[in-house]
Design a protein around this ligand. Structure first.
Ligand code: S3P
Length: 180
């Protein structure tokens, strides 16, 4: 993305903001490998996230997230890392995310998440009576966590995938040139 100085790109944001798809598109475009922490967790555990929540509980899943980030932060590979929507909630994870690379927060509104995920059946936290209320509540509780560990914020509501990619590329380039 910025020849010679490139670092990992770490994608964070609420469920449905597009982290996984953006990760794959950036990977194709910039010929960088991509890893998805949810997929790594599923591979290591040998089960789907919904099963982990069901059989081991959310706490065990959160420990797996931290463990995965710890491993990734130690690996010296330049790549794209997409994360789970709740990853930045733990303070320890926020630190690890920043150690992993340039943290890009894909910010989305609750209404837009709801539109995208209203028929979702795989995200355990949204299998409830009133998903929109749950999205609003979770997002309100997480906003500060997302913003405090982001080096870059892209507001994705109303943007096409191409526009999201362009914004990320432009802001990452500026950050790597002028950022701290
Ligand atoms: C979660 C988001 C999910 C997944 C798990 C918990 C969350 O990832 O990690 O279901 O707490 O927001 P996506 O953001 O990729 O949906």
């Amino acid at each position: 993305m910025n020849e010679g100085k490139s670092r990992n790109i770490v994608l964070i944001g609420f469920m449905g903001c597009g982290k996984s798809t953006v990760g794959i598109r950036l990977s194709w475009k910039h010929k960088m490998p991509v890893v998805d922490t949810d997929k790594l967790i599923e591979q290591n555990a040998g089960m789907r996230i919904s099963e982990i929540f069901e059989t081991k509980g959310e706490g065990a899943f959160r420990d797996m997230e931290t463990d995965t980030l710890q491993k990734l932060s130690k690996q010296r590979v330049t790549r794209i890392i997409s994360t789970g929507g709740g990853t930045p909630v733990r303070e320890e994870n926020r630190q690890l995310l920043k150690e992993c690379g340039t943290v890009v927060y894909l910010r989305i509104s609750p209404e837009c998440v709801y539109e995208r995920l209203k028929d979702d059946t795989v995200r355990p936290l949204l299998q409830c009576e009133n998903p929109l209320a749950k999205i609003r509540e979770l997002m309100a509780g997480r906003r500060e966590a997302y913003e405090s560990c982001a080096h870059i914020i892209v507001d994705v509501d109303g943007l096409t995938m191409e526009q999201v990619l362009e914004q990320i590329e432009r802001q990452v380039k500026d950050y790597e040139t002028f950022g701290d």
